[in-house]
Design a protein around this ligand. Structure first.
Ligand SMILES: Nc1ncnc2c1ncn2[C@@H]1O[C@H](COP(=O)(O)OP(=O)(O)OP(=O)(O)O)[C@@H](O)[C@H]1O
Ligand SMILES: [Mg+2]
Length: 262
């Protein structure tokens, strides 16, 4: 059973040649449309320099969660692979609407912020999907442009080593040092009770970074992603997945409330 968005319905506004609407996958150019955001949306950065750890899976699932909550949601894809944009193109237009921005098509020195000129004015949540290998000033720029950061990590020796380096780079970046942001790590494709999983837990404890959730290895994510779906689009989710997502969603809502109080 799929959730249909009652608040926004299947409206697919296309405002920019790098904005892709659900299912149509068609890019339409409307040069006269000038979009100015009326409010500052909440911006979630999903990042890890390591490839294949679940960035797109997390970004698309978080976006689908926001959209099914009735929030005006955009997913901004900085990865030239365009996986989030492909996911959105496969999404049924009757599902909760998500706007996709293919930011990788417009890479220039101001591009990390220029997305904000291109989201629809009712956008209240923005999720950034990022490429593997993200580092240096582009990473710093993205940190600056975000309200909080979610880092998916696969508990394998290679991935943990890469994540250690990435988290260090985030903590030492100019943007983070000048304006600290909440960071959370998610263990993805977990087989619990393994030594390597425990090693990941110890490492995060040592950095005082919350380890907010663990997601099991399941084909549910693979199948959902093929059809432009997130787990939140199913009103009857697998109870195991629902339980695993709960602490992650609570952490996200907590960050949103504390950001909105400021
Ligand atoms: N918890 C999970 N269980 C099973 N498969 C998963 C899970 N999370 C992600 N996958 C699958 O693993 C593959 C890599 O995931 P994903 O594309 O989200 O990673 P990524 O970090 O975005 O990769 P890239 O660095 O290439 O952008 C995908 O096929 C995805 O469906
Ligand atoms: Mg990806």
């Amino acid at each position: 059973m799929l959730n249909i968005n009652k608040k926004y319905g299947p409206i697919n506004t296309v405002m920019d040649d790098s904005i892709v609407s659900q299912k149509q996958g068609v890019k339409t150019h409307q040069p006269n449309v000038r979009v100015v955001s009326q409010m500052q949306p909440i911006r979630v950065l999903v990042a890890n320099a390591k490839g294949g750890c679940g960035k797109t899976t997390m970004a698309t699932n978080i976006a689908s969660y926001f959209a099914t909550q009735g929030e005006g949601t955009a997913i901004v894809d900085y990865d030239p692979q365009g996986s989030s944009i492909d996911w959105l193109a496969a999404r049924d237009p009757h599902l909760a609407k998500i706007t996709g921005i293919a930011a990788f098509k417009n890479q220039n020195s101001n591009s990390t912020r220029s997305y904000s000129l291109r989201v629809p004015s009712n956008t209240s949540r923005v999720v950034f999907d990022t490429p593997a290998g993200l580092n240096g000033h582009i990473l710093s720029d993205m940190i600056q442009t975000s309200d909080f950061i979610v880092i998916p990590v696969i508990p394998s020796a290679i991935d943990i080593r890469a994540a250690t380096g990435f988290i260090r780079e985030v903590l030492l970046s100019r943007a983070f040092r000048s304006n600290k942001k909440p960071i959370a790590v998610i263990a993805n494709r977990v087989k619990k009770n393994t030594l390597i999983y425990q090693k990941l837990q110890r490492f995060l404890n040592s950095l005082n970074i919350p380890f907010i959730a663990s997601f099991r290895d399941t084909q549910n994510y693979v199948r959902a992603s093929e059809h432009g779906l997130g787990l939140a689009d199913f009103s009857q989710r697998d109870p195991k997945d629902k339980l695993e997502w709960q602490p992650m969603l609570e952490w996200i809502e907590l960050q949103i409330r504390s950001k909105q109080k400021k």
